[in-house]
Ligand binder design. Sequence first.
Ligand SMILES: [Zn+2]
Length: 226
Amino acid sequence: MHRTMRRLLIAVAHGDDETLGAGGTIAKLADDGVRISLCVLTDDDGSRSENGLGATPRSSAIEAAAKILGIERVRIHSYGDNRLDTVGQLELNRVFEREVREFEPDTVFTTSVSDLSLDHQIVSRAARVAGRPGRGSVREVRCFEVRSATDCGEASGMPAFRPNCWQPLDASHLERKLEALRAYGSEVESWPSSRSERGVRALAEYRGSQVCREYAEAFELLRSVL
Ligand SMILES: [Zn+2]
């Protein structure tokens, strides 16, 4: 039996996590009529400001990328980038619990606890709590991989990201992902960075080849109630 996805909530720490992790899948699902909401916990780039580069608000880039991907609802919070560990886990759990109550998603996508980024780990835990079985609407929870954060996961001390779910993509969905990535401007790096367009395309080709398809994005399916 195959469960039909109707409403998807994407829970991330940073604008661009959703695009790097699942941009092609989001574009495909939006085309298929799935209603999609994006909740981002931070709206600046704290590591840039610490380096004297000046924090740049990400809200307009997040909105632009969401529009390209077909995300209809965007919620951006103002927690500090790379500082989610200074916010209580309970408070962040409640942010996503409120999102679940308001949007009533049947599916949640989030980052992986295997990522090097502590923000990604904290968001993942909060999203899993909000999507736990109970009175909520969520029946499926998946984690996606984010280039550089998941690539460096061995330094996190957590078990490695192990995909068990693949979404095949066609070229148009991969192109939408790359177009959304461009909306983030300076966050896109040049080859051979894994966060370059070529790096993102290479991962899509690799994940696709694992399931004999042209392109794909891979997920860890944590729970699915049919
Ligand atoms: Zn991130």
